[in-house]
Ligand binder design. Structure first.
Ligand SMILES: Nc1ncnc2c1ncn2[C@@H]1O[C@H](COP(=O)(O)OP(=O)(O)OP(=O)(O)O)[C@@H](O)[C@H]1O
Length: 701
């Protein structure tokens, strides 16, 4: 009798793991040879890798830990090679995502441009119980994008970009504001105004109630939610809140002095740098990490706002309230952020002073409000007419918003009207303002065929935009997967020979860089040290040369000169010069450390440095031309200094030290520690942007 020969039994889990590992290695080598990435391809690769990763974690081990012999089987070199390939793929996917993102941004911007950079919406307040019974026929009849006003037997129609009926909810209103918030995250300056007569519902629209939150809380939610989705980017937000009351600016986040001995808050003044970026000197900027922090600040600021009881409103705002959220977004491979500002502005109530029977203080407040509203109307109207002169200087309100009202910025004016007959005169004034802001009096209203064409284009753009959005989302998913695999590999390498066992469960792995608070705070610290976060002017964004250098030579850190207080005659404080902590501004604990000299640039041995040297009007105002000197100490390096003119037409032009624009770049005194200090005199280039590049450690005096 033949006894069937028994097949030799394999160590099945072991064999399975090995073959899976081989399969994985071959796929990854294939990945390396793939030149053009397509979504389908990326998708299939993702699924394979996902399957394999899943299978690799399942094996026979009672825990999900991988024993060290696993690493020994697949030699360390193999792991390193895999890691190398994975990182290559990751870089490629990031590059594709970057392109997709930029295309999405472009389309989104085009879409908003088509809608109009200045849009005027109208919200009609519902009849509320707190006053006399509603008239049978309201004076205001809202229709599709039109309002019909009836008074004294006459009717007048006003066209708007959108009309929100009395029954419209806060969600309906925010549906129009959301895309602008997205635009701000994309790097555009955005202004949202609430305009209207006293009691017409401006504060309700902006702030809302607990059950029905308004634009501000929804915006904060959206900002933090949206920014958390993108692991390829990191955002820093700062929050400020101020009011313009009777022609003066007041920081709403600085407590008012209670006793005579308390020092009075610093005076706020509006500054503009040579590139046109506007900054409010001494305004407190809080770095906010989440929506709760921002909301708390908003509550504090709102409480401090000037209000009074008027004939028209029990709690009438007697000032313009401005919320500023600045955003700095950092792309994965780029050290320098894209900066933008989002303004949410609850304007003081426009009112006809005769009708309100205002007296004394209330009368003065009303006058001040009306003056600045009229200046705002003039500016928007001039912008719509594309006049060469825009009268920004006529009011502090328009001075502050100078860089956020204009060609590249997006503006929404939400005018509020009451439906009551007794308010018809105010309603007419409000709608005249709206018409002026829309620029319709310039004959800009589109014909029917033009409107149809525009609608078709917008539809097309919307579709493309949706496609890009889903591509981006999809790529982000892939990137996260690859990041996860890279970390696994790294852990395998790190664990080799140290602990004997390498834990590969997801929970134990480090989160992607963008969501890892430790890494972020490290990065932030570096950026604070570099002065890039707080109060960094817009013109200090990445330069073409610094970006190029960053790619080829590793670590770059920028620093800049912050605004000086008027009383400072000389920029002698390190923290106010090099580390970006604004004098008079409240700083986070991190900033305080830096201001105390801890964790400064001095502590860092940086192989390469890029320093931006900038100046602003304030600096020039209290320093004579020739005194604008930036001293940089480069231990052991004397001649390796390059000054680049960023204002050159072709983008970047290197200046020879002996060039006429740079008075001198010379290696001067040698200090006790044998430190060479090239002194860069920028007197004749005060209005120019310079990049100073050098190698070695840097000290800013
Ligand atoms: N759409 C609305 N739905 C419900 N209530 C509203 C609406 N609009 C306004 N209100 C209510 O009307 C009252 C006055 O509104 P609000 O304070 O927002 O006016 P305002 O325009 O900000 O006035 P002021 O300029 O004087 O500050 C508030 O009690 C508010 O809750």
């Amino acid at each position: 009798m033949l006894i069937p020969k028994e097949e030799p039994r394999l160590d099945e889990p072991h064999q399975l793991r090995k073959s899976l590992q081989n399969l994985r290695t071959s796929i990854q080598s294939l990945l390396g040879s793939k030149q053009d990435l397509t979504f389908r391809w990326a998708e299939s690769v993702r699924f394979i890798i996902e399957d394999i990763s899943g299978d690799c974690e399942v094996p026979d081990s009672p825990s999900s830990s991988v024993p060290l012999d696993h690493i020994q089987e697949q030699s360390r070199e193999n792991v390193e090679e895999d890691l190398y390939k994975l990182e290559g793929e990751l870089a490629k996917l990031r590059a594709v995502l970057k392109e997709e993102e930029s295309s999405r941004r472009h389309l989104h911007n085009k879409f908003l441009d088509l809608k109009g950079n200045v849009r005027v919406f109208c919200r009609v307040k519902p009849f509320l119980d707190d006053r006399q019974p509603s008239p049978a026929v309201p004076a205001v009849t809202p229709a599709l994008n039109q309002l019909l006003i009836s008074a004294a037997g006459k009717k007048k129609a006003f066209q708007l970009d959108k009309v929100f009926l009395p029954a419209s909810s806060q969600e309906d209103v925010f549906a129009e504001i959301g895309p602008l918030v997205r635009s701000a995250l994309d790097g555009h300056n955005v202004c949202v105004f609430a305009y209207g007569q006293t009691g017409a519902g401006k504060t309700f629209t902006m702030e809302g109630s607990k059950d029905s939150p308004g634009i501000v809380p929804r915006t904060l939610d959206l900002l933090f939610h949206q920014s958390s989705l993108d692991s390829n980017k990191h955002y820093d937000f700062t929050f400020s809140m101020l009011e313009l009351y009777m022609g003066s600016l007041r920081d709403l986040l600085v407590p008012a002095p209670r006793r005579i001995s308390d020092s009075s808050p610093k005076c706020l003044s509006i500054q503009m740098d040579p590139t046109g970026a506007v900054e409010v000197e001494n305004l407190t900027e809080y770095i906010v990490k989440d929506v709760n922090e921002a909301s708390q600040l908003y509550v504090i600021g709102s409480r401090a706002r000037a209000t009074a009881r008027t004939n028209s409103n029990q709690v009438s705002s007697r000032s313009h309230c401005l919320i500023r959220i600045t955003m700095a977004s950092y792309e994965h491979s780029c050290e320098y952020p894209v900066l933008s500002k989002l303004w949410l502005i609850d304007l003081g109530g426009s009112e006809r002073l005769l009708k309100t029977d205002a007296k004394g203080q209330i009368l003065e407040e009303g006058k001040a409000i009306n003056l600045s509203l009229s200046a705002l109307g003039d500016v928007i109207s001039a912008l719509q007419k594309r006049q060469s002169h825009i009268p920004y200087r006529n009011s502090k309100l328009t001075q502050i918003l100078r860089d956020s009202l204009g060609e590249d910025a997006k503006t929404v004016m939400l005018v509020h009207v009451s439906p009551r007959e007794e308010d018809v005169a105010e309603t007419m004034c409000t709608l005249s303002f709206a018409t002026r802001a829309r620029g319709i009096h310039l004959g800009k209203e589109l014909s029917l065929s033009e409107k149809e064409e525009r609608a078709r284009l917008m539809d097309e753009l919307r579709k493309q935009l949706e496609e890009r959005e889903s591509n981006c989302e999809y790529l982000r998913g892939n990137i996260q997967e690859l990041e996860f695999l890279c970390r696994k590999k790294k852990q395998m390498l790190l664990g080799d020979g140290k602990h004997g066992m390498v834990d590969c469960t997801r929970d134990h792995l480090v989160l992607p860089a963008a969501t890892n608070p430790v890494q972020n705070s490290d990065k932030k610290e570096q950026l604070y040290a570099a002065g890039l976060v707080v109060g960094r002017p817009r013109f200090m964004t990445a330069t073409a040369s610094s970006r190029l250098k960053g790619r080829s030579e590793g670590c770059h850190v920028g620093c800049f000169i912050t605004r000086q207080s008027k009383k400072t005659t000389k920029p002698k404080h390190r923290q106010s010069m090099g580390l970006g902590c604004r004098r008079g501004a409240k700083v986070s604990p991190l900033d305080s450390n830096l201001a105390n000299g801890q964790g400064s640039l001095l502590d860092q041995k940086l192989p390469h440095i890029v320093t931006h040297v900038g100046s602003d009007t304030k600096l020039r105002a209290h320093m004579s031309e020739s005194k604008f000197i930036q001293r940089l100490a480069f231990p052991g390096i004397s001649n390796n200094v390059k000054v680049t003119d960023m204002n050159a037409n072709d983008g970047v032009r290197e200046l020879h030290p002996s060039s006429r624009q740079v008075a001198s770049v010379k290696s001067s005194s040698v200090s006790q520690e044998q430190t060479t200090k090239p002194v860069i005199r920028a007197s004749s280039i005060m209005r120019r942007r310079l990049t100073v590049e050098c190698s070695g450690q840097i000290t800013v005096f």
